[in-house]
Design a protein. Sequence first.
Length: 391
Amino acid sequence: MANSVATKRLENVTECAICAGDLADARVLPCVHTFCLKCIDTWSQSKTGGERVSCAICRKEFEIPEGGTAGLPKNYFVEKLLKVKKLSTTLSEGEIFCDVCCDDKGKSGKKMKKAVVYCVECRRNMCEKCCRYHQKFRLPGIHKVVELNNENGVDELLLKFPENVCDKHADESLKIYCFDCEAAVCMMCYIKSHNSHKCADIKEVAEDLGKQMSSNAASLADRVTECQTVLKNVEENERKFCNSVAETEKSICERADKLKQLVEDHKQTLLDQLSVSKDKQLKQTANVREEIERHQIVLENFIRYYNEVKQKGSACDIAKLAGELNARSKELQKVKIGIHMCDDYNVTEVKFTSLQADDELKSVFGNLTVDVQGKRKAFGSLCCLSLFDRC
């Protein structure tokens, strides 16, 4: 059960929001949202380098690199999670057989051997014999194997997977963090390009970066609370508005009963006007709610990804991702939910008044007042809508 829950958490991070499938050739945008490269191409409608495209989730614009979307950085952390997810699923389905021996089954008639290791580079399961040959003939220092054990959960498999290697030096692991470049580098990169920069051991830096990530995650959680508060205010305004509309409708009907058929047409005109105001207000409220809920989802997904990186990522993962994660976190923290996302939201006030005696004609029946209030008044107090009354 615990393993299935952990696998479900991985699906939340490894699923493409555009195609709803597992991320394929995952590329990360400056806003930290990750999509399949093919989905980004489809979404961007084949725009070329230098042109700007908005993120499919948060609508934050980014510039397509020279050479096209293929120049967007890969999300190695997500790729590792996908490998772990696939391996965990395979382990949970039962006994795993050697992928190398499988070709010999039909020819020799021998039974397939149980796999004991998984090669991260080859992406193949191997038995003990095949593993020995693999270790003997592979290029040294490149291929890493993970022992297969049905008792291993997702978290245990993540710990067993090797650290990321350097993009420029395939046989070198990332062990140094450069503060000047805010990047994780290998020893060769340090010697060639970063020896004059301020650097430190990546494991020591990861602890401090992890603390900063925890602090930022807490701040983002406050923004989620802000979303919930503003949504509650919007819903309260909607409830009061609907109640006021109902009371106004009742007043109009009571007045119409007294004047009977003489004012029936005028009554219907006012009710139509009221209905238009109601539809407009409810549509506006629905738009604001959708925008705030979408931003809330963005915040919650970012926090979830933030926590997955902090809890499941290695020191190398944290060091590589912390810079862009923290930068995006600060951007999200600057968003004022009640102001930035409610520019077009106004609270409409309607009032029915009757100023003349009952023996007058249409002008006696009354007028419908529609008062559209500004957003500051709407969000400054839940009591911005007064009860509708009749003079």
